[in-house]
Design a protein around this ligand. Sequence first.
Ligand code: SAH
Length: 424
Amino acid sequence: MEPIFTPALHKQRHQFVIDFVKRNRPRKVVDLGCGECSLLKKLKFHREVEVLVGVDIDGAKLKKCMHGLAPIPTDYLQPTYDQLHIELYQGSVTQNDPRLRGFHLVTSIELIEHLTLPDVERFSEVVFGYMIPAEVIISTPNSEYNPLLPGLRGFRHSDHKFEWTRAEFQSWAVKVSSEYGYEVEFTGVGEAPPGQQERVGYCSQIAVFHRLRGRDGCNILFADDAEDLLSYTLLYTVNYPSLHDNNILRRVLVSEVIYWTEKLKRRWREVRTEERDESIVWCQTAAEGDECFRSSECGAEINRLMEHCGRYMAENQEEEVFGTKGQGKQESCRLQRCVSIPLAVLWTSCPKVSALSGNLSNLRHLLTTDPEVKLSQDGSSLLVDLQEQDLEEEGDHDLEDSGYTEVSQCSYSAAQEEDWEPNV
Ligand code: SAH
């Protein structure tokens, strides 16, 4: 039947919900009678939704499709601040479960016609009297349209218990609204052929309910959640990675920091090569007694960062790193050489690092506990080991006079110092 519509009728029903979600931005959404979870699978991409729940009586159906709701690799590789928690329950919409209270939007797409009329009454009590969402979308077949569906005899599906005319659906919806303090509007999807819309209406009729403020005198069940039975069975739950989770934030931050330090290291090697080719000049600024780095090709962010680092390293080499100006000591205490990058420089020069960490002390805090990251003793700088290949490419001949920091970890503690074995 459905192929007579473009897009297919079930897609139009789901698109109706998605458009509603885009407009109204509900944060907690539950789809009752979610079936193969196809609506949930679309809704999960609308990141204004933070909690997405599906309920269906058919547990086997849920188990078959539930893994399609899992995060995809991109969700892990590029997490955002969006949050999404998904749960799937096996249970009947005729029963209360306290976990389904407090939702902004409840959808029930082509479900009610699968219930007996007494169960439709229970469904009304559960949704409007117990769950009490801000908004409800219910769709059901419009039986007036059936004569236009080619080859149809009887109901549209063998499991349907009824199919209502527009008047029947609207009278049920208006009654429920007045009992439970909602207002309702009617629409639909699947337009009739030209000239017949008014006579037969939409193929799928839709009621959209909005909860009224001040529902005094309505049939609300003031149940105590704590005493309510958990009548549904939780089959699936997943938390999407979000930067609100400190572990995820730390992981993303550390990989960004490592990316920058690797870039810096590569640039450092290039500069060293250029330096040997006499394209870079180191000079002494007499006034400050400071070393600065000049290159005709400077200007890019990385060069700025290099310049900062070069200066910082030169400043700190004496006190923090070697503890003495003595060249002999420098040679004897070198165990493992590192490049030292001040966190302040990283923070101001790397936009993603500053955006992720918010402020410098948070950056320090997040990096302190990460095993992949080594900080200087006072926590102000990142220490990046020079790997074998860095040293091999460098050769040992010019490490001492570079002006960059090839620092030794010998500054960490006196006890460590005693164990040092010169490795050059
Ligand atoms: N909403 C889905 C599926 C509609 S088919 C969609 O738009 O594609 C109706 C679904 O309601 C079926 O998956 C069926 O298992 C479920 N269902 C029937 N009776 C139910 C009940 N009492 N409680 C919960 N789900 C029910």
